[in-house]
Design a protein around this ligand. Structure first.
Ligand code: PMV
Length: 325
């Protein structure tokens, strides 16, 4: 028998950037994200007899064997709650979107892994505990356990759902993958560079509290005119702490800036199109169902023949799902 867990990436509208505790992986800034239903990670887990007196693990992503050390914190935490016989835990994870390219594959990946391990090892964790376990792998994974609109407060161990996926059915995210390459710097390293060397980092943390409150209200009111400027402030202020770090971190590519300008032009023409970016070159544009066509048309007009952009449209997705096969 194997366990199959499916999770969607969670895109932050208000960003988490910086750790309050690097060991426990607690966030210094609160964040609010949405589940991207168009993308998923599917993770299969099976248990084999252990080769030694303690449990071990092996993980592959899209068929590639991963360094087990990357998963040590996660499995050490998971195994604290396990009292059965030692096992060799075999995990195979598949993403239907680019891995480690700034599309939150670690969010859906660790959420799915936490769900699979919980079921496979009979840990009996509730959603909040699964979210806290996912956090040991990646901060944004904490938000990927729930569907809909999810808040992850500063210094909190787990995230919680603000609204279900049907709260704002018209909301859409147009994802522009300008590059399928892996990111050069991990978000873990980049946020540590911001925290330890940017003079703007304390201001970022202070300011992000306001942004969390403003976004929460705008989402409750389903008001994109109010939410949009908050989305923009959050990602640009997050990147300001990277540009001002020693050494500076630059995830943007020339094409990312072109997509930002396309969104700005759309707004000038009365279309609600608010872009955001994460630790990678991809640009995600938050808009409404009625305006998706205008956004896609502007992107087609603005791309050059040399651009091999992959454009997807997502609504708001559900939370983690786990089944046995
Ligand atoms: O999930 P992590 O620990 O790799 O951090 C990612 C942080 C951002 O994606 C840039 C922002 C966020 O809140 O998801």
């Amino acid at each position: 028998m194997s366990i199959v867990a499916v999770a969607h990436p969670n895109l932050a509208l208000v960003k988490y950037w910086g750790k309050a505790d690097t060991g426990l992986n607690l966030p210094a800034s609160g964040s609010i994200g949405i589940s991207l239903g168009a993308f998923s990670t599917t993770t299969r887990l099976r248990l084999e007899a252990a080769n030694s007196g303690s449990s071990t693990w092996e993980v592959s992503i899209n068929g590639r064997t991963q360094d087990p050390e990357r998963f040590r914190d996660f499995f050490d935490e998971a195994l604290k709650g396990y009292s059965g016989e030692p096992r060799h835990i075999v995990v195979a994870s598949e993403n239907d979107f680019p891995t480690a390219a700034g599309l939150a594959s670690s969010a859906s990946g660790f959420a799915a892994l936490a769900g699979a391990v919980n079921r496979g090892l009979n840990l009996n964790l509730n959603d909040s505990d699964i979210s806290a376990l996912a956090r040991r792998g990646s901060g944004s994974a904490t938000r990927s356990v729930s569907g809909g609109f999810v808040a992850y407060p500063e210094k909190a161990a787990s995230a919680r759902q603000l609204h279900r996926e049907n709260h704002w059915p018209e909301l859409r995210c147009v994802i522009v993958q300008v590059s399928s390459g892996k990111k050069a710097v991990s978000s873990r390293k980049a946020m540590e560079a911001s925290r330890t060397t940017s003079p703007y980092y304390p201001a970022w943390i202070e300011d992000s509290r306001k942004l969390v409150d403003q976004a929460r209200d705008a989402i409750a009111d389903r008001d994109l005119d109010a939410l949009g400027p908050v989305i923009r402030r959050s990602y640009l202020r997050m990147f300001s702490t990277m540009f001002s770090a020693d050494d500076p971190v630059m995830f943007w590519q020339e094409a990312s800036i072109r997509v930002m300008n396309i969104a700005a032009e759309l707004r000038k023409n009365g279309i609600a199109a608010w872009e955001t970016m994460d630790a990678g070159p991809q640009v995600k544009i938050i808009t409404l169902e009625t305006q998706v066509e205008a956004v896609l048309t502007a992107l087609e007009a603005g791309r050059s023949g040399a651009d091999d952009w992959v454009i997807s449209v997502s609504g708001i997705g559900s939370g983690l799902k786990v089944r046995e096969e």
